[in-house]
Design a binder for this molecule. Sequence first.
Ligand code: CO8
Length: 255
Amino acid sequence: MDYTILRPSIEGQTAILTISRPQALNALNSRFFEEMDFYISEISSDGKIRALIITGEGKAFVAGADIAEMVNMSPDEGRAFSEKGQAVFTRLGDLPFPVIGAINGFALGGGMELAMACDFRIASANAKFGQPEVNLGLIPGYAGTQRLPRLTNLADALYLLTTAEVIDAATALQMRLVQKVTEPENLLDEARRLASQIASKGPLAVKLVKEVTRKGLRMPFTEGEKLECHHFGDPFGNEGAEGMKAFLEKRKPLW
Ligand code: CO8
């Protein structure tokens, strides 16, 4: 597929995906979801990637779903647009390595939902977050109502969802919506540093820890314990044996 909105690149074991539709502040349209879906398939079969960074070009990460595309939709078309977007964001979160949101500016509506679909987020000090859907008489459609209270808490989530208040990066950090804030000029290097840090760990262990943690949130505690126990055994005899041997031999593991 020809990418017209996404700009993918690979630096060593890190993939970087830049959303590049700055004339519309990177608003998410159908074409974006087609390209994203294709890119996820492409990257999930590339065995050497250890982390994906998602960022935006220009002053926005993403300023929301494309309002111009949605304005004349019927209720059924709205539902279909939501369903497609939710499925793509779920596939993104299910990638077998961490997905880091590098939030460079406005992350509003569908943009904040995309940021929340990443495994964790770092933000530039000038980033802005909000769920302004109620300003338009809408509700979030890419699982924002579900991810936001899970990442923050019920009251903070309902506060943001009902007031449509736009918050700055420092407030987002306080709410634990983002994990780090950097100066704008350091954002991508900090994301690269985190990606390299993760790439130096056992790749099977990183994949499993992400899978068990994410799946565990969707099941009762005791089921999650069983899932962890099951996968705890997987690295023994291969990657885990090398990691433990390397520790005992006081050397770096060879993954
Ligand atoms: N959709 C379409 N176009 C957009 C969007 C958007 N979400 N945001 C900005 N643009 C366009 C503007 O229309 C403008 O285009 P043009 O130059 O042709 O007039 C261009 O981007 C630049 O924008 P501004 O001139 O407005 O830039 P400012 O710096 O003055 O303002 C803001 C920046 C504050 C970010 C402002 O653009 C804004 O408020 N944008 C809309 C934010 C918003 O409401 N986002 C939520 C959208 S709804 C949503 O995301 C629902 C998600 C769930 C959908 C589920 C599927 C059904």
